[in-house]
Design a protein around this ligand. Structure first.
Ligand code: C2E
Ligand code: CA
Ligand code: CA
Ligand code: CA
Length: 279
């Protein structure tokens, strides 16, 4: 038994070391990724349930890794947040989104808004808002074309600092959305104190919204709460026609999810919009 115990222990540490080595390697690769231009933005459309039109898209980053292929953000964003590289990656995302908005001028996509994810860690950057302003100016894009998605964590930690960053963002004229709404353990007070334009109901409430009474009750309550505060609502993770019908019936403003489209490259989005298959 003792022997086995030691083997188990060894196995465990070897597994940990292996993971640590992989992490270090990925972090090293991450340090090259910006210079090598390996990041790409995919776009997931948000369907306006009143007009049936696509009015905004969420930018979701992917990493075209030289050996591992296309990596989803879950495989490198947490690492980048730990190491602090997220600041530079976030700047790239904002710049790329502004460039995309400029490219879309005079095309079918003119007028689309791009929603960009901002993690709490990115608000650490004192120069964040200046950088966003500069990116908008460089590409001659109006601030209202950009939306920033923030999770409720920012109302739990570094509250003073985040409050300040949000009010600077608001003054800049960009839109603000609360991402993953309903799973963040924060109080609702911030809806009173902060200029929120959009609530995104977390996918975990939508997945079974047509099967589970409690999810339906919560979803309807969030929609009513938001509307009474003059806030628009996006439902995340919409995968079925039944969910879409439920959301329309209860006057949700936007639906986003695989039913409408997966996140896709800009080219594919342009084609999909041109051929009308999205709407
Ligand atoms: P999120 O902001 O909550 O994004 C929604 C995630 O759900 C995306 O995963 C999207 O592909 C996925 N999704 C969309 N519709 C459906 C659906 O109908 N069903 C299911 N099962 N999933 C759906 P993705 O692209 O892997 O992104 C994961 C997370 O990475 C994002 O969660 C966001 O927190 C973060 N992220 C992505 N891009 C950026 C970025 O540029 N900056 C930062 N800081 N974080 C980012
Ligand atoms: Ca998001
Ligand atoms: Ca989300
Ligand atoms: Ca999320």
């Amino acid at each position: 038994a003792k022997e086995q115990g030691r083997n188990t222990y060894q196995f465990y540490t070897e597994g940990m070391q292996e993971r640590e080595v992989m992490r270090l390697e990925l972090d090293k690769d991450l340090s090259q990724a910006l210079t090598n231009d390996e990041f790409v933005l995919f776009y997931q459309p948000q369907l306006n349930l009143d007009t049936g039109e696509i009015q905004s898209v969420e930018a979701l980053i992917r990493w075209q890794h030289p050996r591992r292929g296309l990596l989803p953000p879950g495989e490198f964003i947490p690492l980048a947040e730990e190491s602090g590289r997220i600041t530079d990656i976030g700047r790239w995302v904002v710049m790329a989104a502004c460039r995309q908005l400029a490219d879309w001028k005079g095309t079918e996509q003119e007028g689309l808004r791009i929603a960009v994810n901002l993690s709490g860690r990115e608000l650490d950057d004192e120069a964040l808002v200046d950088h966003i302003r500069e990116a908008l100016e460089a590409e001659n894009v109006p601030a209202e074309r950009l939306e920033f998605e923030l999770t409720e964590e920012i109302f739990i930690q570094n509250i003073e600092r985040n409050r300040n960053q949000l009010s600077r963002l608001q003054k800049l004229g960009v839109h603000l959305a609360i991402d993953d709404f309903g799973v963040g353990y924060s109080s609702l007070g911030y809806l009173r104190d902060f200029p929120v334009d959009v609530l995104k109901i977390d996918r975990s409430f939508i997945t079974e919204v047509t099967e589970r009474h409690d999810d339906a009750v919560i979803t309807r309550a969030v929609i009513n709460l938001a509307h009474n505060l003059d806030i628009q609502v996006v439902a995340e993770g919409v995968e079925t026609e039944e969910q879409l019908a439920f959301l329309k019936r209860h006057r949700c403003n936007f639906a986003q999810g695989y039913l409408i489209s997966r996140p896709i490259p800009a080219r594919d989005l342009e084609q999909a919009l041109a051929s009308g298959i999205l709407v």
